[in-house]
Design a protein around this ligand. Structure first.
Ligand SMILES: [Zn+2]
Length: 299
């Protein structure tokens, strides 16, 4: 109720929207005190913070928070029930309002609370991410889209957004903080463990235009940016070298499936014939069959 008093009736409507969303079936997870502590906002470097996220089911994606003297720019916004949590976390480090929300892609563990931010902030996404939001009947379609690149200028700070091609989906955007030499990759790059300790691995979302075959080239374009520090879609803060390693592992998976196809392995057998355990990437059989399908041009 404190939020309602301090921010007024517009927020009351937003909060009501959140409650209705919850009523529609969204469950707010409960965390242990140890997990709760890991999810608190923390400083990455002067002017840049992260609200950590470790998985798509419980804690959502990483939220980057860029603080300026004229307002705040955030990248991603977790789940449909995350608006209050995110605004409370941001309030711990600044009194400035959140003015821009950049979406790395449409999945609702990254863009889930768009609808709650839209009355008070501008939400920006790649045009294909917006189309995915609309087609999947997700709330909170952005008012502003871009094709190849765009930028936000606020309080003397520039944040750039790039679409480098297909990968996780067909609408992936990378947010780039040039003055800090930091990127937020969305799910084009994920690394580490989920909150439950299981290992993260990439997901090529074919239902939303993703491509495992085009993903390495997309990362090559990302790697051409001048940066040192990487905020992945999920997981701990990483380095540019880690993105190169991730790209190499993607190429290895593709090469192994391609070699099996050349040797005559069928779609039914492909998942049992391609071993990725040495990559520390648990890939479900369906994901290996996806690679087979893309390589063989299956529908
Ligand atoms: Zn995703």
């Amino acid at each position: 109720m404190r939020t309602l008093k301090t921010l007024g009736s517009l927020t009351a409507l937003v909060v009501l929207g959140s409650i209705l969303t919850l009523a529609a079936g969204q469950q707010v997870p409960t965390f242990t005190p140890e997990q709760e502590a890991r999810l608190q906002i923390r400083e990455v470097m002067d002017g840049l913070y992260i609200i950590p996220g470790f998985d798509g089911g419980q804690s959502g994606g990483n939220v980057a928070v860029r603080v300026t003297d004229d307002g705040v720019i955030i990248v991603d916004n977790k789940f449909p029930y995350s608006f209050d949590f995110i605004t409370e976390q941001v309030r711990k480090v600044t009194d400035q309002p959140i003015k821009y929300v950049l979406n790395t892609h449409h999945h609702d563990d990254h863009s889930g609370s768009n609808a709650d931010f839209l009355p008070t902030a501008e939400v920006i996404a790649h045009k294909n991410a917006r189309a995915n939001i609309v087609r999947n009947n997700q709330p909170g379609a952005p008012r502003v889209i871009f094709a190849d690149e765009t930028a936000v200028f606020l309080g003397g700070v520039e944040v750039q957004m790039f679409h480098f091609g297909r990968g996780h989906t067909n609408g992936d955007a990378v947010a780039y903080f040039p003055d800090l030499r930091v990127v937020h990759t969305g799910d084009l790059f994920v690394y580490g463990q989920r909150l439950n300790g299981s290992t993260l691995s990439p997901f090529w979302d074919f239902g939303n235009g993703g491509s495992v075959l085009e993903w390495p080239a997309t990362l090559t374009r990302l790697l051409a940016l001048d940066f040192d520090t990487v905020i992945p879609g999920h997981g701990s803060i990483m380095t540019k070298a880690d993105v190169r390693t991730f790209r190499g592992k993607l190429e290895t998976v593709i090469d192994r499936v391609r070699a099996e196809i050349a040797a005559g392995t069928t779609r039914d057998d492909i998942a049992s014939r391609v071993d990725t355990s040495d990559l520390d990437w648990p890939l479900a059989p369906g994901r290996i069959r996806n690679v087979f399908d893309e390589l063989t041009g299956a529908p």
